[in-house]
Design a protein around this ligand. Structure first.
Ligand code: SF4
Length: 523
């Protein structure tokens, strides 16, 4: 079983070797009371039926593969977007190991984030002492200029009070009084990673501006603020900056982790890189307006912007696809008085040209999709612009208001007439939908690959291939560098979608003398 140094094998070929397959077989037979294969197969077939779907959709007490992550994971991503900021999670170490691993595997980057390692004694007596030591050590060791604190479930269950604990840590001299420590309570038994992002962003707004509004005046700095929300496509931060620069718009991108999550391998490790500065946050209330790119997940921050910054926080939809990008840029132009640049008009024309070129391949194709509320709404709209049909739309962590809005969007297009929208459901529900009303493809994060495997197991004609767009994507490399917003993002998504269709076509027509119907490269 030992590896040979000149021929190291990764897990895939290694575990297919006889000694490993025999070990696994023995383990299953001798120790795991393995159910006979025919019983597994019969149960599998039953789980693909309409009858099972009904039982599955009546499930109440269990979530299977929820298509969401927990609150502090979102707050960590938010904190990473600010200059020299160390995300700090008050709670259990295991949770933070999970956040870091999740981001490592998605971004292929080290992710700096600390915890104050609460254990049994802290669970009984409270975690204040952990926070005293944690803040002091984290600041001394890693030399951040801001520490952004959130919580895990454990700290929330026992009711630890961040405001009091951080205040006491400062009073007792563990960190300086004026050291920036915004915070947010992020209990994971409610909400999701998007709620956590929103909570942390609002915490940062509150910390730096709530008691400093007297000298602020809306519009006085001539900028607009752009708030990305829980955004894991690094290209989306870059495309926003590019579009604003091409229009000559003064802007602040409030939260920008695109550098720290994409550092070069040049011999220097950067724990911090890039990010929105504290000065920009302090100046943000002076902007003309703040645009939230993912409004369905930014409820608290948007409310703060309206109530405290007294800005309109104008309603924009996520700028995905043609129409939503048009609307977004027109709104920016209206707010700032800057015309949409020729370069962007040209880019739009290229997108329209590409949409026309690919229309024949995408028209009528059916897609199931799952993910965050704003993403699936933007994606569904773009699919309909392409003449494709988003037949099943699932968002685990959206509310009834979102569902209604989504259904309205669908009802306004001929391509949305046969669509169904599900909230509060998980990927095991989605799996049932893939069997009982098969689309041509599904769009979502890496977890859909098991659904693809299951549909293929039922038979090639039942297979629903997964197109990976979303978060997390662990099993492909560097896709997080792509762009899904703006015309540039629509170009990328269109390319991905149409080439998936063409690849599938090849796959279905490469049988020698059987399905290779003609000699053209495109069947
Ligand atoms: S759900 Fe709670 S316990 Fe689980 S990783 Fe998130 S914070 Fe930790």
């Amino acid at each position: 079983m030992s590896q040979v140094v000149d021929d190291i094998k990764p897990s895939y070929p290694l575990f297919r070797q006889e000694e490993y397959t025999d070990t696994l077989k023995n383990k299953q037979e001798l120790f795991e009371e393995k159910v006979p294969q025919d019983k597994i197969e019969a149960t599998f077939q039953w789980t693909t039926t309409e009858e099972y779907k009904e039982i599955n959709f009546n499930r109440e007490a269990l979530t299977v593969n929820p298509a969401k992550a927990c609150q502090p994971l979102g707050s960590v991503l938010c904190a990473l977007g600010f200059e020299k900021t160390l995300p700090y999670v008050h709670g259990s170490q295991g949770c933070v190991a999970y956040f870091r691993t999740y981001f490592n595997r998605h971004f292929k980057e080290p992710v700096a984030c600390v915890s104050d390692s609460m254990t049994e004694d802290a669970a009984v007596f409270g975690g204040q002492k952990n926070m005293f030591d944690g803040l002091e050590n984290a600041k001394a060791l890693y030399k951040p200029e801001m520490i952004a604190v959130s919580t895990t479930c454990m700290a929330e269950v026992i009711g630890d009070d961040l405001n009091a604990f951080i205040g006491n840590a400062k009073k007792e001299g563990h960190i300086e009084q004026d050291f920036p420590t915004p915070f947010a309570h992020t209990p994971s038994f409610v909400g999701s990673h998007t709620t956590g992002w929103d909570n942390m962003f609002e915490g940062i707004q509150r910390y730096f501006t709530l008691n400093h509004m007297e000298d602020k005046e809306v519009g006085s700095n001539g900028k607009i603020n752009i708030v990305p929300g829980f955004e894991t496509y690094l290209g989306n931060y870059r495309v926003m900056k590019r579009m604003m620069e091409e229009m000559g718009v003064e802007y602040s991108l409030l939260c920008d982790p695109s550098e720290v999550l994409d550092t070069p391998a040049d011999g220097e490790y950067r724990m911090f890189d890039g990010g929105t500065t504290i000065d920009e946050v302090k100046d943000a209330p002076n902007a003309i307006d703040t645009l939230f790119l993912q409004p369905w997940q930014s409820v608290k921050s948007r409310k703060f912007t309206k109530n405290t910054w007294k800005q309109p926080a104008t309603d924009v939809q996520i700028p995905m696809g043609l129409e939503a990008t048009d609307a977004f840029l027109m709104k920016v132009s209206e707010l700032t008085g800057k015309p949409i640049s020729e370069s962007l008009t040209r880019e739009r024309g290229i997108l329209v040209d590409m949409m026309t070129d690919s229309h024949a391949w995408l028209h009528g194709k059916k897609f199931g999709l799952y993910g965050d509320a704003d993403f699936v709404m933007g994606m569904a709209k773009f699919l309909m612009e392409l003449g494709a049909e988003p037949t099943q739309i699932l968002c685990n962590h959206a509310n009834k208001r979102w569902k209604k809005a989504m259904e309205k969007v669908l009802s306004e297009s001929p391509y949305g007439q046969n669509s169904e929208v599900h909230i509060g459901k998980d990927l095991w529900h989605f799996r049932s939908l893939m069997f009982t009303n098969k689309p041509d493809f599904m769009i979502g994060n890496s977890y859909g690959k098991f659904i693809q495997r299951d549909t293929l197991h039922k038979g090639k004609e039942h297979e629903v291939p997964l197109i990976r767009i979303g978060f997390p994507i662990f099993d492909r490399h560097h896709m997080h560098r792509d762009t899904t917003l703006g015309y540039e993002g629509a170009i990328y998504m269109l390319k991905t979608l149409v080439n998936s269709v063409l690849e599938r076509l090849d796959e279905e027509t490469r049988g020698m003398g059987t399905t290779d119907y003609n000699y053209d490269l495109v069947r």
